[in-house]
Write a protein that binds this ligand. Structure first.
Ligand code: BGC
Length: 458
């Protein structure tokens, strides 16, 4: 079957996603306060080669050429995040007008170029001043966050009508507060549960703030999700897989849908109740206009006596000897189909959007060109899986590639390249990769961009 853009219908939303800390640079320009990431990256041996994002893609200074590039690539929707500490250098208190001005310029130019802005309000860069007051562990974060959200919506809501409250709460609470491998580097179950509960409250509270100011806006939030499969049909592996599913896929969506936290499979998660107040369970629920799903791979799970709390572990792609990306994630486009079916099966689930999907592979520049067939293949095959789910009735309304530019990939530094556009971090030169050119042609509905979704059981 030949796939082109038309197969998705004319109202399907196509776009790309980015995040402030990963691209903006200008970490202390024009009154911006430090975020937890600005501080975390300066600690020894936290980030690959001790890299940081002080400059990153210098998007703060180059947003004009980068938006023009988006326009040239025919990309109609652009998801980006606002850096909280550009708006509020101390997290709360005085607003930094220069920060407001920057996002005003960005939004205005996008609209002028007929690119619709999709704004993420929190993509992991908590103001450091708030971390000093307990950060996500302090329940007051819900008030700080709502104030920040209100300010953003008051300033930008006349032109922005698509909002995403959080980016992947599972990842920033688990990596930042349980494993300590992301900012702010905290560890332990109680830290994770406190951060998770406050983030879950923020999802619902902040969505209500946006709706109260702009009732017609479209409000969602985004979740990381992985298709999970047991390593073997043994009962122990099946149970382990169900537990991994709770943590990887179910933990934040279920309270949002009014189902409460999924604690049946992992009893120790009931400790979250320690952080809950009387009406919290009710307050965690919110009718979002859409749910953003972000999928990159599948995980194969097996029982393990050695892993505390869940007795489950991921069997790495390397161990399974399957093809991987530069992140060591299995190349498995079919995961997208399974994830869409899984989330669609929740009763009363709002429409779904794929707000991130992409792949990192090593890229080389030859004669000023970057040919990236592996990324191209992955994107096409995943898009084919989105179509398959859509044709089976899944309410999936759009697809955003992660990401426009090669950028700062958190703990992995600049090593993994996810961009449709190559960035030379010494010169800041941008080179559109062949995958980027293909996406541009596909979005123009150029017949040369048609492809066949034909890998493994599609
Ligand atoms: C995050 C991005 C990240 C991407 C690839 C998602 O978890 O939202 O910030 O760069 O995946 O790892």
């Amino acid at each position: 079957m030949h796939i082109n853009k038309e197969a998705f219908g004319s109202d399907f939303l196509w776009g790309v996603s980015t995040a402030a800390y990963q691209i903006e640079g200008a970490h202390d320009a024009h009154g911006k306060g430090p975020s937890i990431w600005d501080i975390f990256v300066k600690k020894r041996n936290k980030i690959f080669n001790n890299q940081h994002a002080d400059m990153a893609c210098d998007f703060y200074n180059r947003y004009i050429e980068d938006l023009e590039l988006l326009h040239r690539l025919n990309i109609p929707n652009y998801r980006f995040s606002i850096a909280w500490s550009r708006i509020y250098p101390d997290g709360i208190g005085a607003v930094n007008q220069a920060g407001i001005d920057f996002y005003n310029r960005l939004i205005d130019l996008a609209l002028e170029l007929e690119i619709t802005p999709w704004v993420t309000l929190y993509h992991w860069d908590l103001p450091y001043a708030l971390e000093l007051r307990g950060g996500w562990l302090n329940r007051e974060v819900t008030q700080w966050f709502c104030q920040y959200v209100k300010t953003c919506v008051q300033h930008f809501g006349d032109r922005v009508s698509h909002w995403m409250v959080l980016n992947e709460p599972t990842v920033f609470t688990a990596a930042g507060y349980f494993f300590g491998i992301h900012a702010p580097g905290k560890k332990g179950l109680d830290n994770f549960l406190a951060a998770a509960h406050h983030a879950a409250l923020c999802q619902a509270y902040a969505a209500a703030v946006i709706k109260s100011l702009y009732p017609n806006s479209s409000v969602g939030t985004t979740f990381s999700c992985s298709h999970v499969e047991p390593y073997s049909p043994r009962q122990k592996d099946i149970v382990a897989t169900q537990k991994a599913d709770v943590l990887l896929n179910r933990f934040f969506i279920e309270p949002l849908l009014g189902m409460g936290y999924p604690t049946k499979e992992i009893k120790v998660l009931r400790r979250i109740e320690k952080f809950m107040q009387q009406h919290d369970e009710r307050d965690l629920q919110f009718n979002m206009d859409f749910i953003g799903l972000q999928n990159y791979t599948r995980e194969v799970i097996r029982h393990s006596y050695f892993v505390p709390f869940i007795n489950a572990k991921i069997v790495s792609a390397k161990k399974r000897k399957v093809p991987t990306t530069a992140m060591q994630w299995e190349v498995y486009p079919e995961a997208m189909y399974h994830i869409l079916k899984k989330f669609q099966a929740y009763p009363n689930i709002p429409p779904l959007l794929i707000t991130e999907n992409g792949a990192a592979f090593p890229d080389t520049v030859v004669h000023n060109q970057v040919d990236d067939p592996k990324r191209l293949f992955y994107l096409q095959q995943t898009i084919a899986q989105v179509l398959k789910a859509k044709e089976e009735g899944v309410q999936v309304k759009g697809y955003f590639v992660w990401t426009l530019l090669d950028n700062f990939e958190w703990a992995e530094g600049y090593a993994p390249r996810f961009g449709l556009v190559y960035v030379d971090f010494n010169t800041q030169q941008r080179i559109v990769k062949s995958s980027g050119q293909w996406y541009a042609d596909f979005l123009k509905n150029d017949s040369s961009s048609q492809f066949t979704g034909s890998v493994r059981n599609i």
